[in-house]
Design a protein around this ligand. Structure first.
Ligand code: ATP
Ligand code: MG
Ligand code: FE
Length: 339
């Protein structure tokens, strides 16, 4: 079963052809980072314009590289939320047009389910399952009692982890998106600043990163005013240690409370080396009975291959979008009350 998948929720225009949700035949990703960098973040109007310019070329290239034609495609899957409304609409419209013209079913896909399914390319999913989804706009622990059922048990109350990386990166003069560079700097420094670890000991599965971000920014500004230059590697290492400590500790606690067969790590921030190593270590030590799948480095950021993998499950589940399918910028998994 071949799925033609679309992803345009933010600043990547991506189209992929995926077989049975487990094999990538093509995955074309056109990133707009260069256009947004000088603004220090994604400019929505600029993003949708780029999507419009590039989407048809991405479709042509994805089909070309896959070596298949429209006749071989079983369904068209598309991210319909969460994300920027103008960006989402380009993908949704393109997917509709192609589905309509080629008499194919249209499958609406949740972008965060997509991130999760990037890990499906590493191995088979087993349930019940827990996922730590960490990205530019989200930081959440998602419990899945079975396939296609998602329950948020904890999430950030303010900034997402990736957002915090990008904001503190800006203070250090790192271009957007800053996560990768800060991660590299962190490997060269030490946790000398001991920034706060918010909500680490609280009896819930929620996160908060805005206090850490403020503490970081204040430290840098105060040093600036004293005419002092702080070591950027130590700053990065200290920030990262704080983020990783909280993410890992809360995840371990969630696994104490919810017995699962598997932990999934996915989302843009799942590319973080400190986080990947720490979870490897903690899982072996505290939850050796639970398997772990970390999304492949190349599929942590936004891409359509992950949407094709999630879309395949949605397609089999009978999810269909009508010709009136709309973008849902604030689409969310349901939140469960936890005690
Ligand atoms: P969302 O998926 O929540 O809608 P998004 O799609 O914008 O948001 P992603 O593309 O999933 O976010 O991830 C991008 C984020 O990942 C950016 O904030 C970026 O800084 C961060 N990131 C990328 N690589 C790393 C890394 N190695 N360490 C930490 N953060 C990283
Ligand atoms: Mg992006
Ligand atoms: Fe994303």
């Amino acid at each position: 079963t071949l799925i033609l998948a679309f992803e345009t929720s933010c600043d990547e225009t991506s189209v992929a052809v995926v077989e049975n949700g487990t094999k990538i035949l093509s995955n074309v990703v056109a990133t707009q980072i260069d256009s947004h960098q000088r603004f220090g973040g994604v400019v929505p109007e600029v993003a949708s314009r780029h999507h419009i310019e590039w989407i048809t070329r991405c479709v042509d290239q994805a089909l070309d590289e896959s070596g298949v034609g429209y006749d071989d495609i079983a369904a068209v899957a598309v991210t319909y939320g969460p994300g920027l409304v103008g960006s989402l609409l380009v993908g949704v419209t393109a997917a509709k047009v192609i589905a309509w013209a080629h008499h194919l079913p249209l499958v609406p896909v949740n972008h965060m389910a997509g991130h999760l399914y990037a890990a499906r390319y590493v191995g088979e999913f087993m349930y019940p399952q827990m996922a730590l989804l960490v990205s530019g706009g989200h930081t959440e622990l998602v419990y899945m009692p079975k396939e296609h059922e998602y329950e948020i048990i904890g999430e950030t109350r303010d900034d997402a982890a990736g957002e915090a990386y990008d904001k503190i990166g800006r203070v250090l003069g790192v271009n957007y998106p800053a996560g990768k560079t800060i991660d590299e700097w962190a490997a060269k420094g030490h946790d000398t600043f001991k920034f706060p670890r918010a909500m680490e000991k609280e009896a819930n599965y929620d996160f908060s990163f805005s206090g850490l971000k403020s503490a970081f920014i204040n430290t840098v500004h105060n040093a600036d005013q004293r005419g002092e230059k702080l070591d950027k590697y130590d700053l990065a290492a200290s920030f990262q240690q704080s983020v990783v400590d909280v993410l890992a500790e809360k995840t371990m606690r969630a696994l104490d409370r919810y017995p699962v067969k598997q932990l999934i790590l996915a989302g843009g921030v799942a590319a973080n080396h400190g986080l990947r190593t720490r979870l490897d270590h903690d899982m072996t030590k505290y939850h050796p009975e639970v398997g772990m799948l970390q999304a492949p480095l190349k599929l942590c950021g936004d891409n359509a291959a992950m949407i094709g993998a999630a879309g395949y499950i949605d397609y089999q589940n009978g999810d269909r979008g009508g010709w009136d399918l709309n973008a849902v910028p604030s689409l969310m998994f349901k939140r469960m009350e936890v005690e």
